[in-house]
Structure formats: C-alpha cells, structure tokens
Ligand binder design. Structure first.
Ligand SMILES: Cc1cc2nc3c(=O)[nH]c(=O)nc-3n(C[C@H](O)[C@H](O)[C@H](O)COP(=O)(O)OP(=O)(O)OC[C@H]3O[C@@H](n4cnc5c(N)ncnc54)[C@H](O)[C@@H]3O)c2cc1C
Length: 385
C-alpha cells in the first residue's frame, strides 16, 4: 500500500476541507443547536460533487477512490459529524445499489444520489434488533406483482429526506411462509410511509434520525435488490461498504478533539507560562492522542485502500471493515476523553466545542454494529471460517 495520497485524492480532500471551513464552520453552532443542516450546506456539497466521490463516472459520480471519500468525509466531520453522517449514509446507499442492483436500478437511483438531488437511507435496525436478520419483524408479503411491507424500522438516518431507502425485511410468500430476509428499494414518503418525531440524541446533531412506520406499503417486485432471501448477503456487503463513512467521521471527531486540546494547551497559562510548555504530562497526553489518531487513521485508510479493488475477498473486506470501525470509533472516544483531561472543566461546558465532540464520539461505537458484535464477527471470519 502506498501511504501517499495521489494528486486527485489530495485535491478532493482539499475541496472538502475548504468547503467545511468556509461554509459549514460558521454554521456549526446552529446545526448543533437546531439539530438540522441548512439547505445551503447540502446544496454546496452537491455542487462540489461530494455526494458521489467514489460512484461510477458513467452514472454521474466522480469515479474516484474510497481513499478519496474517506479523506473528504473526515474533513467534513472535523467540523460537523452530523453533516458527515448524511454524507456517509448517502454514500452507503449508492454504493450498495451499484453493487447489488441491476442496471435499471442503477440508472434509476444512482445519478440523483450522486448529484445530491436525492439522499439515500438504509433501513435495517428495528426495535427488536440492530444486527440480526433472523430477528427482523418488518414483513414483505408477496401479492401478485407486488410486495406489501408492514412494520417499524428504528433509528433511520436521512429518512426524512427525499430519495430511495434500501430496506431489509422478512419476506413471507403467501404460502408457505418462508421468513427469509430480503432487500428492497422503496421511495421514501410513498403511500403508507410515515415518521416518528426525530430522536433527540446525545451527539451527531444534524444527522436526522427517525423511526419509520410502514403501513401496507406496496412496491413492485422489480424493486427487490438482488435475490430473494439475500438479506444476509446484503448485510455482509453493507458491513463491507458502509463502515468506511463512519470510520471517516470518527477520525474527524478525533482530530477535532486533538486540535481543540492543542489550541487550549497553547492558550491556557499557569503562572504566566502556557501549559503546553509548563507541564510534561500535557505534552504526553497530546502525543498519546496523536498516536491513537494515527493508528486509527492507517487502519481506516488500509480498509479504504482494500475497497479500491486491492482486496477482493468479501470476508476479508468485512473483517477489515469491522476492525477499522472498532479502532476508529474507540480512538475518537479515547482522544476526546484525553482532551477533556487537558481542558478540565472547560471541556464540560457548552461554550467549548469539546463538550459537543464528547456527544459525537460516544455515538460512534454504537452505530453500524456495536464493538462486541464486530469483534465476534471478525473473530469468526479469522478463526471459524
Ligand atoms: C446516530 C445513529 C444513526 C443510525 N443510523 C441507522 C441507519 O441509518 N439505519 C439503520 O438500520 N440503523 C441505524 N442506526 C442503528 C444502529 O446501527 C444500531 O443501533 C446498531 O447497529 C446496534 O443495534 P442495536 O442497538 O439494536 O443493538 P443489537 O445489535 O441488538 O445489540 C445489543 C447488544 O447485544 C450485543 N450483541 C448483539 N448481537 C451480538 C452478537 N452477535 N455477538 C455479540 N454481541 C452481540 C451488542 O454488542 C449490544 O451490546 C443508527 C444509530 C445511531 C445512534
């Protein structure tokens, strides 16, 4: 693996960084307070092509690498994890449709998603489970040329925004009952689709999170994504492709906390001297943060590099994804905690950005598979497969 970014990757990262600093940064307090991303942010990202960085060029995407995508989303998340979450889930949506869908589905959905005209969702989690297809309760019942979907999906990002939603449901044939998990694409806000009030979460504000209620949602059979009963496979490929976005978000949160701590340590004085100079333990804490960040960064970049066609085995990719997600999300938590130690009480008050980063960091290990589940899965691939 070449650890240097290519000229194109550097350029994409730079575009994301400049946009993040010039457009999102002045709005970050507002995004946090209102738990909403202003339209101008999403429109600006769309104009710059940030929603389709690694999507195929013939479908309107940038045709760039996953490494480009992860470096860009990190730059967005340094300023706003919530904006990063919208970008991440949309990327997961068009990547999965590209990988699992047929030509018709690709042409129908991907161009609008990469142009940012629509934003995708992925709905797996339900009140009963966030990781086990066998416990799904949303049903898809065959009815002639249609499937009829009923049930509740929980904690679904972007579900209030216009666009397609990939949904994994328990497929039941009229007879006999099969109970197999199958993926479909539905249009959000179709007849029978409604939302809860937004969940008021501890962090990642701006990344909208709702429960989705499906009441007799009728969709044509051609909206099936992949084959009947392929829910396990969809889940595996979601594991493979989805986590790169969350890893990038966690790196962004970690870096933001590190930068806050460095800036504070340079500014705060003790008996007339900056604490970064005065206290060795402050410099040690900052060094440890940098080391943790670098470790998480290279595990993440290795995973993104693997996705760029350098490793083909989906089991190996799923393992790298799981390990990177655990590493990056736990790194963000560790770094924010250490930064708290540098800022002391100032880290706990809402006037300081670090208090917000704590909320963002603590969300990371919980999304897209808890750490324990991911470690069990990675271990099964390594030692039982
Ligand atoms: C900000 C945010 C955004 C989200 N966006 C989405 C979204 O867009 N779409 C979506 O579908 N979901 C989304 N979620 C939900 C999230 O992905 C799930 O909550 C998460 O995957 C964990 O599922 P769960 O909470 O139901 O826990 P479960 O998977 O039910 O796990 C509960 C507990 O049991 C343990 N456990 C479960 N299974 C195993 C196992 N096999 N081995 C070992 N331990 C196990 C876990 O470690 C955990 O401690 C979002 C959540 C948040 C907070």
């Amino acid at each position: 693996m070449d650890y240097n970014l290519t000229t194109e990757e550097e350029l994409i990262k730079k575009v994301a960084k400049e946009f993040s600093e010039s457009v999102i940064a002045p709005l970050q307090e507002e995004i946090h307070a209102n738990n909403e991303v202003p339209g101008e942010v999403l429109e600006g990202m769309a104009e710059l092509g940030l929603f389709g960085i690694n999507a195929p060029e013939d479908l309107g995407g940038g045709g760039a690498s996953f490494v480009s995508f992860v470096s860009a989303i990190e730059e967005i998340a340094v300023v706003s994890a919530g904006v990063g979450m919208i970008m991440s889930v949309n990327n997961m949506g068009h990547t999965l449709i590209n990988f699992l869908g047929n030509d018709e589905q690709r042409k129908k959905y991907i161009p609008k998603l990469v142009a940012g005209e629509e934003l995708a969702s992925f709905a797996f989690t339900e009140p009963s489970t966030g990781s086990d297809p066998k416990q799904l309760q949303v049903t898809a019942v065959e009815d002639g040329d249609f499937f009829v979907l009923n049930g509740t999906k929980r904690f679904i990002t972007n579900s209030n925004l216009k666009g397609p939603m990939i949904i994994v449901a328990k497929e039941e044939s009229s007879s006999p009952m099969s109970g197999k998990a199958t993926a479909f694409v539905i249009d959000k806000h179709c007849e029978g689709y409604s939302l809860s009030e937004p969940w008021d979460k501890v962090g990642v504000h701006g990344g909208p999170l709702f429960d989705v209620y499906l009441k007799d949602v009728r969709i044509p059979k051609e909206n099936m994504l992949g084959d009947s009963g392929n829910g396990m496979y969809v889940l595996k490929m979601t594991m493979v492709f989805a986590k790169v976005g969350v890893c990038g978000i966690c790196l962004g949160v970690a870096r933001a906390a590190y930068e806050e701590a460095v800036a504070y340590a340079k500014e705060k004085t003790h008996r007339g001297e900056a604490i970064i100079k005065k206290f060795e333990h402050v410099r040690m804490a900052l060094t440890e943060m940098e080391m943790i960040y670098n470790r998480a960064k290279w595990v993440t970049y290795h995973y993104a590099w693997a996705l760029d066609g350098n490793i083909g085995d989906p089991f190996v990719l799923a393992k790298l994804a799981a390990q990177a997600k655990v590493e990056a999300s736990e790194a963000a938590v560790d770094i924010v905690r250490k930064a708290m130690g540098v800022l002391g009480s100032y880290g706990c008050v809402s006037d300081y950005k670090l208090s917000r980063l704590w909320g963002d960091a603590i969300v990371g290990p919980q999304v897209e598979g808890c750490a324990a589940t991911l470690k069990v899965m990675a271990g099964n691939i390594s030692y039982l497969a």
